[in-house]
Design a protein around this ligand. Structure first.
Ligand code: C2E
Ligand code: CA
Ligand code: CA
Length: 502
């Protein structure tokens, strides 16, 4: 179509040029030959009018084509190429129109996406993924009522502007819609996460704000396959504000050394002596005081900042070990464990980078234990095993943290080059009181022994647990029963006092 139009314009320009030349020539001849001037002038006017007529015909048709093309381009601008449904820009414009014309109607802004859509594409092919998206657009169209809108915003993200009469009626419609989307495929499971914002009468109707709120609700249930939709509430906004504040402050806080190493002693069951500690981060915020890791580590896991924190903690521990070594302190014998988030496991250079830090402080890697979380390890085992082997070759100890919390694949465990198994505290404390739990712990301890793994029980809180674990041959204890995490000065005093009393 475009080429065709270009051709028309080319012909038009040529015709125009040709006519101008001919008429100019005739005009010139009519004046230079006075005897035949009238005839020439007649031909000149005749040709002139015919020319104008042809040119206007061609240009009318060209303008018509151009108009069609503009309409087509506009359509492309407004509609999604794959599914044919409106895109975000059109959705926004239409929402604004609806809000001005339907002022008495209550509406809800709904946003949803498909859980693990990338995995569907990777496992079943892009064609299958595209078909799913198109089917969703068709389902949305089927469920759409008069004066309702929907759009595909990006990849697998859809938004709907839906009328809202009552909670019961609305929830029923949502559930029907979700059921139909979930039931789309016989080959794979389609789960969706949907956030809903019920637009109040007092709301400023800025579409971005409304969809941000629906998005917050969606994020609150992301990766929870048991729940498909959530309504926005004000606490979600507070969480977002807090998260924004933390993100604005985190880099500066790291530079200001606001992150501190706390140490929780580990005890050998055999003689009840302190043999080391786990380094646990605390954020000593000048305004908010000391914050526990659960207030910021999950966010840092999401935004990747945890990598900087872990490396910082590792280096602080090296500094500490160097200080104890220089002071020829009794603490020289302590083995300190440092937590490493799963995000590090994408970095094949991690072992070299950690070795470079230990070398900088003249620390033997044998004084350091790297704690890797169980759930992490089984996600990505080939690369993981390679990194672990490398760390081990350099002399670091490796422990599997929180064992028993996620899917405990005992089979994979035997292939992992770890030397320590940390039984998850939640698992342990919840189940140790009953017989079944005790049996599980006993068999985990036996299995660890068979695999030559040292066992650490985390979250030991009672004498009864201590007696049971000792009897079953657990090697090391860490828990409030013995000591809570403490700052470095307290830890030094605590251990020195213990050692003196021996
Ligand atoms: P974790 O690695 O499982 O650390 C042990 C947690 O259990 C610590 O919580 C500790 O205070 C707590 N705990 C120890 N004994 C007991 C007990 O007897 N009873 C109970 N109820 N709890 C006990 P904390 O310090 O709040 O740390 C929480 C989590 O934050 C850690 O769990 C770890 O996953 C993460 N974390 C802490 N520091 C770091 C860090 O530097 N890097 C990374 N990536 N994660 C960290
Ligand atoms: Ca840990
Ligand atoms: Ca743990």
């Amino acid at each position: 179509m475009k080429k065709y139009n270009e051709k028309k314009f080319l012909i038009l320009s040529f015709a125009l040029f040709f006519l101008v030349m001919i008429t100019a020539l005739l005009n010139f001849v009519s004046f230079s030959l006075p005897s035949q001037g009238d005839t020439f002038r007649l031909v000149f006017y005749g040709l002139g009018f015919t020319g104008i007529f042809i040119i206007s015909l061609i240009s009318t048709s060209a303008v018509g084509d151009l108009k069609k093309e503009i309409i087509k381009l506009k359509r492309l601008q407004d509609f999604d190429f794959l599914t044919g449904c409106p895109n975000w820009l059109k959705f926004k414009r239409d929402c604004e129109k609806i809000f001005t014309t339907n002022q008495s109607q209550h509406y809800a802004m709904v946003i949803f996406d498909i859980d693990k859509f990338k995995a569907i594409n990777d496992l079943y092919g892009h064609q299958e993924g595209n078909e799913l998206l198109t089917a969703i657009a068709e389902i949305l169209e089927k469920h759409r009522k008069k004066d309702e809108l929907f759009a595909r915003m990006a990849t697998d993200n859809f938004s709907i502007l839906m009328k809202y009469q009552s909670y019961g009626e609305f929830s029923q419609r949502m559930e029907n819609l979700i059921r139909e989307i979930k039931g789309y495929s016989q080959k794979f499971i389609v789960n969706i996460s949907m956030g809903i914002y019920l637009i109040g009468q007092a709301d400023e109707l800025d579409i971005n704000t409304l969809s941000d709120r629906a998005n917050m609700a969606k994020r609150s249930i992301k990766d929870n396959s048991q729940v498909s939709y959530a309504f926005y509430d004000e606490s979600m906004r507070q969480v977002m504000i807090l998260e924004n504040e933390i993100e604005n402050r985190m880099e500066m806080a790291l530079r200001n050394n606001e992150f501190e190493v706390y140490l929780q002693p580990k005890y050998l069951f055999l003689d009840e002596q302190v043999i080391g500690a786990e380094a646990l981060v605390r954020w000593n915020d000048p305004d908010r005081g000391i914050l526990p890791p659960n207030d910021f580590i999950p966010l840092f896991e999401k935004n990747g900042f945890v990598k900087k924190i872990d490396t910082y903690m590792f280096e602080e521990v090296c500094k500490l070990l160097k200080k104890w070594k220089m002071e020829k302190d009794q603490l020289t014998k302590m083995i300190i464990s440092v937590n490493f988030s799963r995000l590090h496991l994408e970095n094949m250079l991690l072992p070299e980078e950690l070795l470079a830090i230990t070398s900088k402080y003249h620390i033997d890697p044998k004084m350091i234990e790297i704690e890797l979380t169980e759930g992490t390890i089984f996600d990505n085992d080939v690369q993981m095993v390679e990194i672990m082997n490398h760390l081990k070759d350099f002399g670091f100890h490796i422990s599997i943290d929180d064992f028993g919390r996620a899917y405990s694949s005992l089979n994979t465990l035997k292939n992992l080059p770890a030397d320590i198994l940390k039984l998850d505290k939640a698992f342990f404390s919840e189940s140790s009181d009953n017989d079944r739990g005790k049996k599980i712990i006993t068999s985990m301890l036996n299995m660890a022994k068979d695999l030559d793994l040292i066992t650490v029980a985390e979250g030991v809180e009672t004498q009864e647990q201590v007696d049971f674990l000792k009897e079953k041959g657990c090697d090391i204890a860490q828990g409030f029963f013995y000591a809570k995490p403490m700052n470095v000065v307290e830890f030094e005093a605590f251990v020195n006092k213990k050692l003196k009393s021996v």
